[in-house]
Design a protein around this ligand. Structure first.
Ligand code: SAH
Length: 222
């Protein structure tokens, strides 16, 4: 089976599993996932599974990417803050659906790889930063849409603080031992409204930057 037909089979299976947003399915069809995984895994790029991308991280499973973007409910007028660029797969899909994507990744090498893919694919509405997503992107706040691709033990207060009133944050919450849930958090005039979108399994949202080799405990700076 060619990769084009594997891709169509995946999109159809997403539709059958309840993803009905046509713009989202079209965006997923436009993003070549095989470019976002190491070559050794390219023949598995259109399986509905997470795949390793280095640094102990994975590109998320397409169904989870679709579910989370559907919960975020974006359109082409909005700017989105994404935490955990990773391979850049989800970022590229978002870039087809939104006006601009701001994406933060703590691993510089992963970010470099993602940036090269955005350039190769001509995605020009993505702004990236190597940094700690727990801190959000204060210079661009407030955001109407924030999406987090790693699990936090709680809703990071700085991120919910960077949400505009009426804005939506989609984030997996829970630790590695217990069940994690995808939460859709809406900022209201008086606080946060939380809706549980179901169980999920993500790698943790790690605090701080990776320690550079030989830096004796000193965190890498921005
Ligand atoms: N959406 C990505 C999924 C990457 S996995 C993709 O489609 O490929 C989650 C990513 O979150 C990893 O790359 C990890 O390094 C990153 N991450 C974890 N904690 C972070 C933090 N505090 N700030 C920024 N990125 C973080």
């Amino acid at each position: 089976m060619t990769s084009a037909s594997k891709k169509i089979r995946l999109i159809l299976s997403l539709r059958q599993s309840g993803i009905i947003d046509t713009a989202l399915l079209t965006a997923m069809e436009r993003v070549p996932r095989e470019l976002f995984v190491p070559e050794a895994f390219s023949d598995r790029a259109y399986e509905d599974t997470a795949l390793p991308i280095g640094h102990g991280q994975t590109v998320s499973r397409p169904r989870i990417v679709a579910q989370m973007i559907e919960a975020l409910d974006v359109d082409d007028r909005v700017k989105v803050l994404e935490i955990g660029t990773g391979s850049g797969y989800q970022t590229a899909i978002l870039s087809h659906l939104c006006r601009r994507v701001y994406s933060i990744e703590r691993h510089r090498e992963l970010l470099r790889g993602a940036e090269q893919r955005f350039t190769a694919l001509g995605r020009r509405n993505i702004t990236t930063r190597a940094g700690d997503g727990w801190r959000g992107w204060p210079e661009q706040a407030p955001f109407t849409h924030i999406i987090v691709c790693a699990a936090a033990p709680e809703i990071p207060p700085i991120l919910s603080g960077q949400l505009a009133v009426g804005g939506v944050l989609v984030i997996p919450v829970g630790d590695e031992r217990h069940e994690q849930r995808i939460l859709r958090v809406t900022r209201t005039e008086d606080g946060l409204d939380t809706h549980d979108c179901g169980p999920v399994r993500f790698l943790p949202l790690v605090e701080g930057m990776p320690v550079a080799p030989g830096a004796s405990g000193q965190a890498e700076s921005r």
